[in-house]
Design a protein around this ligand. Structure first.
Ligand SMILES: Nc1ncnc2c1ncn2[C@@H]1O[C@H](COP(=O)(O)OP(=O)(O)OP(=O)(O)O)[C@@H](O)[C@H]1O
Length: 373
């Protein structure tokens, strides 16, 4: 734990009846950053938010806030506010009263409330909308009222549970920029929940990828995109080619019936692995000039690139994103760099994975691990 840590989960388990929704999850959240909990429906994202907010208590483990255990601190005593998916605004109150609601409960003076509400509305670009009825506001504007109502309490952490999912694509993209910008201006910690990987990649400083009650991987968007820990993360974050293979030795992998140089090490000789290559890292060449040859099966124009798929001689399917066209039924070559080959070990924990990656970037450790070439 560092002095930047604001929230820490230590072995937190959550059970409803007999089903375990979180399996002894441990992680840290630092002050002033934009975090995203990303994962498919039902993986436990909202449960983590509810635990941070104090709407539920963990079955096991501890939750720390600024270094103190808060398992039994009631929700209204936590320095945390939540923006809900459906905004949960009061339809019978106007914009001002919706934002002022929490402050009235705290019995602040009217002049103080007026100042704070004005400031919060300014932050979300809704100055002058104080007297509007909620029913007269658009989806995007309601969203901003909900955010103003949360930030008016000056929380240390803002929790956002799929706040953009009700908006259409264009507005959603606009709000992504706005939220990111708002977080920078406010300088407080945001914990944002989404099942949309593009949204997570675009907005976050740090992403936690969840599946079935476990954190599969945590890291920056580029870490997670470039070095996914396993098939689940690789598949969930972007499109990927994943084929079976084995590590012959350090820096030498075999897949699709051939051997290739790669940048991975620290595996047992002949260890079975999964090989991942992103579609945009494959370059189309003449059939005999590539590292692999595939027979083109289909081609779709996607606006910026062509999406080409085909099969190699070993029967693996490959997806290619390229600005070059290919002819369905013809053979093409695929060229890729050793750095484009990502080797994934079966059943590796995040700790082991991080250690292995660190060894690549630290020549002293890499040497100690033995260069098997
Ligand atoms: N009060 C409850 N009682 C019983 N089961 C619950 C309760 N709340 C959530 N669950 C279950 O816990 C699991 C995780 O739910 P959670 O809402 O945390 O998932 P999520 O990742 O946020 O999903 P979504 O994206 O669909 O909102 C689900 O299987 C859900 O059915």
């Amino acid at each position: 734990m560092t002095d930047k840590t604001i929230i820490r989960f230590e072995g937190v388990k959550q059970q409803y009846d007999r089903s375990t929704v979180l399996n002894r999850v441990s992680f840290e959240i630092e002050r002033g950053k934009f975090y995203t909990l990303l994962g498919p429906s039902g993986c436990g994202k909202t449960t983590i938010l509810r635990l941070i907010a104090g709407f539920i208590q963990p079955t096991e483990g501890n939750i720390y806030f600024n270094g103190k255990v808060i398992n039994n601190v009631p929700a209204d005593k936590r320095q945390v506010n939540t923006v809900f998916q459906d905004y949960a605004l009061f339809p019978h109150l106007n914009v001002f009263e919706n934002v002022a609601f929490g402050l009235r409960i705290k019995k602040l003076k009217n002049a103080v409330i007026a100042d704070k509400v004005k400031e919060a509305l300014r932050f979300v670009n809704l100055e002058g909308y104080e007297d509007r009825e909620i029913t007269e506001m658009s989806g995007g504007q309601r969203q901003r009222v909900a955010i103003a109502r949360a930030i008016v309490n000056e929380p240390e952490v803002l929790l956002l549970d799929e706040p953009l999912s009700a908006l259409d694509l264009k507005l959603r993209t606009e709000m992504q920029y706005e939220l990111r910008e708002l977080q920078r201006r406010l300088g407080i910690t945001f914990v944002f929940v989404t099942h949309d990987q593009e949204e997570a990649l675009a907005m976050s400083d740090e992403i936690f990828v969840l599946n079935e009650g476990d954190i599969q991987q945590s890291g920056t968007p580029t870490d997670i995109y470039d070095e996914p820990i396993n098939r689940f993360v690789a598949d969930f974050i972007g499109e990927s080619n994943i084929v079976p293979g084995r590590m012959i030795a350090d820096f030498r992998a075999e897949f699709a019936g051939k051997q290739f140089d790669c940048v991975d090490q620290g595996f047992s000789p002949n260890e079975p692995v999964e090989i991942m290559i992103r579609p945009e890292d494959l370059e189309i060449t003449e059939p005999e000039q590539g590292n692999l040859e595939i027979k083109v099966d289909s081609q779709l124009f996607r606006g910026v690139h062509y999406e080409i798929s085909g099969y190699d001689k070993a029967g693996n399917e490959w997806l290619v994103h390229s600005t070059k066209k290919a002819v369905v039924g013809s053979s093409i070559g695929l060229r890729f760099d050793p750095e484009a080959i990502h080797v994934m070990r079966f059943g590796e924990t995040e700790e082991e994975f991080d250690k292995r990656l660190e060894a690549y970037s630290d020549p002293a450790q890499a040497g100690a691990a033995g260069d098997g070439r």
